[in-house]
Design a protein. Sequence first.
Length: 477
Amino acid sequence: MSMPLPPVLVVDDDKNMRLSLQTVLEDEGYAVRSVSNAEDALKLLDHDKFFMVITDGHLGGMTGYELLSQARRLRPELPVLLITAYATPKLAVEAIKAGAIDYLSKPFEPEELLHAVARCAERHRLLQENASLRARAVEAASLDQIIGESPKVRELRQLVQTVARSTATVLILGESGTGKELIAGALHSCSPRRAAHYVRINCAAIPEALLESELFGHEKGAFTGALKQKPGRVEEAASGTIFLDEIGDMSRPLQAKLLRFLEDGTFTRVGGNEELRVDVRLIAATNRDIIDAIRQNQFREDLFHRLNVVQFCPPPLRERGSDILLLAEHFLRIFNATMAKQLERISPAAQQKLLSHHWPGNVRELRNVIERAVILESAPEIQARSLPDFHLETRLRKGDLPIVPGTHSIDELMANYERDLIVQTLELNKNNLTKTAEQLKISRHALRYRMQRLNLQSEHDTEEELPQNPGKEVTPC
Ligand SMILES: Nc1ncnc2c1ncn2[C@@H]1O[C@H](COP(=O)(O)OP(=O)(O)OP(=O)(O)O)[C@@H](O)[C@H]1O
Ligand SMILES: [Mg+2]
């Protein structure tokens, strides 16, 4: 875990003193860089990393005391050790008051110096360790927010962790409410860019005419109402991440500008000529069928390929099997806490109802359903009657699934269609298996077999309970 210790910066205008400090420190294994004046020291501090500064109080030009106060402004966390000429209490107090971590008065023994330096090295190590622990805690927390143990969701968490370390552009494709924004946020939080800004822009929510100026900024007078210069959100995201949500809704002219930005990191503000450059990692998402948008000439194919360096496809909730229950319990805990309720669990009948719904609104719909149930429920556990009658939602089902080439096999598509058909017929027949089987022209036994295979459970089978099989996986994405 321990990272190599950066060098000590030694500042002394007396060449012999510089050399002897350097020798003592290097003999002890420290890396050392030394300069003869405060001005050079400040230049180095601006660019390079050091774990401490040792400076003489009296230098030609800027004094060691002035260097100390400038260094504290530049790098508040960097310890500075002052070497003073005489051991007077007044100078010692002055040094400490100015922010020095310690002081040594000449002449001093090498052990005194090494003792002070060792304390600073230890402090540096502790600070580093703390920072890396904090970073790992943030990473774990953001990954933990992605609930689910189905193979696809496990894979997705693993991919977030791997891809977050790179600067590759990411394209997230998936139905509404499948967690695209959650993934984008986790990618930033797990990345080395986490300390810089995460900027989110919803391309569909901002009028087309304003989106370019929002993204890339504008110069004063660029258009009516542009009273002063405004930097773009890409500049706000410098060294960080920008998340372009609903990118499928971006106009073609702006797509061209975005493509150029992605190619070489350059852009110009609206109404400006100056070519600006910024280092930003881009994540884009859409719930539109992007291939269809390309076919209809609404989305540039070259931009698609440029965005599509790494692709995430969070699966629809109906394909995550018993993750539905894990998520429902997760939301139950959240809403119990926010509404000061103490609902213990979700009743088996309610669980079955959740498992057999088609979830056209995916995880967002499930979250809303649990929120509503927590508000309504007066029993100690969530009952099936506190869940909505899913008929209305069922009518929202998408007839044809967005087909992204390579993500669905024919078997998976057929399974989705079969599931839709069975759920609808079951609902028409108030969950009566015999009537449903008759209408589908199969035996009751064959219907039960198919329902089990598709992880469908009938809550109120009027004739007989279905065997429990909530853990069974359904077709993957
Ligand atoms: N795997 C998950 N674990 C926990 N919460 C989730 C998960 N997936 C989604 N959610 C929650 O569901 C809600 C919707 O997720 P999100 O906004 O990320 O979806 P989206 O794909 O961006 O939807 P849209 O296309 O409508 O913008 C959020 O409250 C999010 O926190
Ligand atoms: Mg979203």
